[in-house]
Design a protein around this ligand. Structure first.
Ligand code: UDP
Length: 475
């Protein structure tokens, strides 16, 4: 049969676009053709990949937000939809993409559509054209399983206060949470609840799920997802390792700092001596919480790289902070070359918001973590890091929130950093995460678990094609 062609439709967010481009690179390395549908705001890295030799990655641009949407024109990505009223408008605007996307499917005529979870209507588009839809959630197996159990059993209804713990039933580990760590749409019905039900329904009607994870790290939850929850899934990650020809320095966006300058600064530091702190592409902190972080870094006395959003005003640092920490710290305002930084031998710990890409990047670099989850599925990822894999400690945030206010004080920051940086526990965590790093590398090598799962998926998709041809001829 001819060359398989995969069409990707990612979500407009860096945490979704970055692994999608990695995935496209991975599929093309297996001889497949790929096309990514993107909006202008996210097209740059794809064009860069094309220019650096990935000739089998095509790009189709669609406008977002679409003309008919009531989303303001300047909201072009999920991280910009910060308020509660913008989020439903954002998802509604996404659903208006169905018409242009259907036209592209008709034009491109792919063998398979890999769609982001947040575009549930694509299950109908794929069915219309008789092609399989695979879903990409961009999250861990543990999170996929936990969200389902939270939705099914609603264990937060069995506690009498926000601080009383409950166990998420029937999972491979006894994972305990409090009510304030649960997303609002699960706690009570709102517009998001309806939307997430549509997402789930589309998942169930899809051909299967591709997961950016590897079996050795999450085998209990990979098995649970497939065998107990009955989902068809292929683990093909860590995607960032599948991408040998990829650009480690500039993933997603142009760095706000010269990577060479940053790495030279790290070269002057001792191995495992620097704390790297970054909260991904979506997290916002109040000024008082930023001050607590700064004071925590100052108390901890370790060298640090701290990434803050470009939009923070000049007062985001306590008075005199820069003078007092001179030579000890590097503050990056904007976008950091995260993977290159984490891979540097001087990095001793990663303070992370537990976005799934960041966790995988921490694991692949063999760096223990301080976990500071804030929203989305980040509280589940924290459990994987701190209790299942035991490669990190929690800073102690118990509040699910889109904008983080002073829930964590300076002592908590300094204490968690200390535990991960020095002492017996720190070296145990470091040794364990180094083992996972090695397992990750092996998983994507020839004969490894992710390598084999990808081969199995490609075989399945090849076998699916004849029925696709039949259906398309019927249209
Ligand atoms: N990232 C980066 N530089 C930054 C911030 C983020 O390269 O300054 C990358 C990070 O390496 C990861 C992605 O952006 O690949 C963020 O994804 P994640 O799932 O960790 O968090 P999200 O942004 O989706 O909350």
């Amino acid at each position: 049969m001819g060359q398989l062609h995969i069409l990707f439709l990612p979500m407009m967010a860096h945490g979704h676009m970055i692994p999608t481009l990695d995935m496209a690179k991975l599929f093309t390395s297996k001889g497949l053709k790929t096309t990514i549908i993107s909006t202008p705001a996210f097209a740059d890295p794809i064009e860069k990949a094309q220019n650096s030799g990935f000739i089998n990655i095509g790009l189709k641009i669609i406008k977002f937000p679409p003309k008919q949407s009531d989303l303001p024109d300047h909201i072009m990505s999920l991280d910009q939809a910060t308020s509660n009223d913008l989020l439903p408008k954002f998802f509604k605007a996404l659903s208006l993409l169905q018409e242009p996307v259907d036209k592209l499917i008709q034009e491109i005529y792919p063998n398979c559509l890999i769609s982001d979870m947040f575009l549930p209507w694509t299950v109908n588009s794929a069915a219309k054209f008789g092609i399989p839809r695979l879903v990409f959630h961009g999250i861990s197996y543990l999170s996929l399983c936990s969200i389902e159990q939270m939705r099914r059993f609603k264990p937060f209804n069995n506690v009498s206060s926000d601080s009383e713990q409950f166990v998420l039933p029937d999972l491979p580990h006894e994972l305990k949470f409090v009510r304030t760590q649960v997303a609002k749409y699960l706690l009570e019905e709102n517009k998001m609840t309806d939307f997430m039900e549509r997402v789930r329904d589309a998942d169930l009607r899809s051909y299967g799920v591709v997961v950016n994870s590897f079996y050795e790290m999450e085998h209990d939850y990979a098995d649970y997802y497939k065998n107990v929850l009955g989902r068809k899934a292929w683990n093909i990650g860590p995607l960032l390792l599948c991408n040998n020809r990829g650009d480690k320095v500039e993933r997603g966006k142009k760095s706000s700092i010269d990577a060479h300058e940053c790495l030279t600064w790290l070269d002057s530091k001792k191995p495992n001596s620097v704390v790297y702190m970054c909260f991904g592409s979506m997290v916002n902190f109040t000024q008082s919480q930023l001050h607590e972080i700064a004071n925590g870094l100052e108390i901890s006395s370790h060298d640090f790289i701290w990434v803050v959003r470009k939009s923070e005003n000049e007062e985001f640092l306590p008075k005199g902070f820069l003078e007092r920490t001179k030579g000890r710290g590097l503050i990056i305002r904007g976008w950091a070359p995260q993977v290159s930084i984490l891979d540097h031998a001087a990095i001793g710990a990663f303070v992370t918001h537990c976005g799934w890409n960041s966790i995988l990047e921490g694991v692949c670099a063999g760096v223990p973590m301080v976990t500071w989850p804030l929203f989305a599925e980040q509280f589940f990822n924290e459990k994987l890091v701190t209790e299942v894999l035991r490669i990190g400690v929690s800073v102690g945030n118990k509040m699910w929130q889109r904008v983080a206010n002073e829930g964590v004080d300076r002592e908590a920051v300094a204490k968690a950093v200390e535990i991960v940086m020095v002492g017996e526990l720190a070296s145990e965590m470091r040794n364990r995460v180094k083992c996972y790093k090695e397992m990750a590398r092996k998983a994507v090598e020839e004969g490894g678990s992710s390598y084999n799962d990808l081969s199995a998926l490609i075989e399945d998709l090849s076998a699916y094609s004849p029925s696709r041809n039949n259906v398309v001829q019927d249209i």
